[in-house]
Design a protein around this ligand. Sequence first.
Ligand code: FES
Ligand code: FE2
Length: 436
Amino acid sequence: MRFSTGTPASAPDIAEMVARRAVGYSLEAPFYTSEEVYDLDLDVIFGKHWLFACTEAELAEPGDYVTLDVGRHSIIIVRDDDGNVRSLRNVCRHRGSRILENPCGSVGNLVCPYHQWTYRTDGSLIFAEGQPPSFDRQRFGLKSVSVRTVAGLVLVCLSDEPPTDIDEVAAVIEPYLAPYRLQDAKVAHQIDLIEGGNWKLVMENNRECQHCDVGHPELLSAYFAFGLYAEGDDRPRMRAVLERYRAAEARLQSACAATSIPLGGHRELDGRPTGYQISHLPLDGAGISFGAAGAQLSRRLMGQIAVPQFGDMSLHLQPNSWFHMLSDHAVVFRAVPVAPDKTLVRTTWLVNADAVEGVDYDIDSLTAVWSATNDQDRAFVEMAQRGASDPGYEPGPFAAIEGDVEAFDNWYIERLREHLGLNEAHQALLTQASGQ
Ligand code: FES
Ligand SMILES: [Fe+2]
């Protein structure tokens, strides 16, 4: 099989690369390195799918806003005066100026800094100086962008025809998330990190924990050490881990039953536009949170969670987010591409709205594990980017433990295939022509 390398000698034939993509292998270099693929990703993946933008906790009061820049698009997500979450184009209807430049903040109205056209937080235009009496303000409200909330998570879609399977996905995940009351939570801390790697390397790295044994000593202390476990492994050390795990699992199951949270998980990471996975696993040690040996980090539990030992509710949403919900806090991750080899990763820590900093939690302890883990992951992603850019790189095979990475790549290729109109017959022709 012939592969394109990361050397930018000529524009890659994207359709050919999509058609010959080998299932079970990482992607060819240009998927991680080329400007053409990056532009296509912005258009097809980030322009047509539901993107995780922020949590409702970041929009606590009317006028609170977050801006999200995706390629050339800029979106305002704002809570309007009636308490609804709105998503608006950050483009003034006068002569097009950006209206808000900050990543987040709070406004009374949305006032364009150029000539002060003024919009309500629902996007309607209320002031435009110097226009004739015949001017119809109603025609010049800010353009809206599709938005929906799912148990406190705010998703936006730039397409005029957003994927409709979001309703089905929301119906599955809402019962898992609802008891955490993310819409009422408080933002304890937020960190933006630029990782020097393509957004898909960031997502692939997140979707596996094969690297955790050596890469994330702080994070690993909260989880059961199953990284090297094989079915039937009877070593005394693994037996002890398994026994602890079974006891913790039984505790978690009865806690879920008591709070009517569904048991088990769902995994549909590919095969649909809005790929997702939700799982709920017990934690090791004290079994509560990401503190040392599983210790609790915030004294007040989230929402309606009644017991501290409530494991890790983990959610993955394609294309750009992942979440860990613990009994005492939640950690929320959003990845947004900013260049072919750069990705902005925003991490947000949420706690119960009544939790008081310095009394119920402190920022350094709350954020220690994931700050360290993020930094370790950034280094992995940057190494992977350097490797994928080397002419010596060619796609390599996934291990069984990397099933979610493979599912992410499958989902991505499916989305491109659909966009490019590659049916099976067309694909076979391309594969033949490429000389495989
Ligand atoms: S461009 Fe916004 S008021 Fe003129
Ligand atoms: Fe990692």
